[in-house]
Design a protein. Structure first.
Length: 246
């Protein structure tokens, strides 16, 4: 019998993709589960009684966060804190979807246990703070990842920003796999991503006519190399495959 999982942000890009891959997910809409409303969270937990919660709801507009700081903080930090406070009263496994932006982003190849921060922008600050909130829970898994919708949605892409992000159709099945094997993940933090490449290289895979631009033109501070080291995730998949559970 599949584990009952309550998903926040089910109407977002990642949430929608996960629901398509895992129809058994319990994903109430915002009118039923509003993470900025503690009473709404209490009602949802009482109704669904989930042994696992996957927190995918987030404010993700990096540029707009600079001018909508209050909203970004309310969703990413206060919303996460509301969920954690309710989860602390119950015996639940908490899976938090985080980002590569919690690192400074000058070296790349970041491992799960590398020091976090300092941050480049307000969105990154909010996600780093949210991670720290989640760590008060005795049973948690922080999944750091990065993804784009396909095809690449912009006419230009940064040639001097390196990343290990990939398209949603690549990343979502990997996250679904992790959720399906949650009881076999012994780590509190896990990176799920692909190989290092520039955003421009990634963009050309689905939008060949995309034009290269510098991250200096973004209007918001961005990292040079935010790529993630993913050997921990590859090791888990190899182990599951050798056990015949994939």
């Amino acid at each position: 019998m599949a584990t009952r999982i309550l998903l926040t942000g089910g109407a977002g890009r990642l949430g929608t993709a996960l629901r398509g891959l895992m129809p058994e997910l319990m994903a109430p809409g915002r009118e039923e589960l509003d993470i900025t409303d503690p009473a709404s969270i209490e009602r949802a937990f009482a109704q669904y009684r989930p042994p696992v919660i996957v927190h995918a709801a987030a404010y993700t507009d990096v540029a707009r966060a600079e001018t909508e700081r209050a909203l970004c903080w309310r969703v990413n930090v206060e919303g996460t804190r509301n969920l954690v406070r309710t989860a602390l009263k119950r015996d639940v496994q908490f899976v938090h979807i985080s980002t590569d932006y919690v690192f400074w982003g000058d070296e790349g190849g970041y491992r799960e246990d590398d020091p976090l921060g300092p941050v480049r922008n307000y969105y990154a600050l909010s996600k780093l703070a949210a991670e720290e909130v989640v760590r008060v829970l005795p049973r948690h898994l922080i999944l750091r990842t990065s993804f784009r919708p396909s095809p690449f949605p912009y006419p230009v892409a940064y040639h001097d920003l390196y990343t290990s992000q990939d398209y949603l159709e690549v990343i979502a099945p990997e996250i679904a796999l992790a959720l399906q094997h949650l009881h076999q993940i012994p780590y509190p933090t896990l990176h799920i991503a692909t190989e290092r490449k520039s955003v421009y290289e990634l963009a050309r895979r689905t939008r060949p006519e995309v034009e290269p631009r510098s991250r200096q033109e973004a209007g918001v501070a961005l990292p040079e190399d935010i790529s993630l080291e993913v050997s921990r995730w590859h090791g888990l998949k190899h182990s599951w495959n050798s056990q015949g559970v994939l």
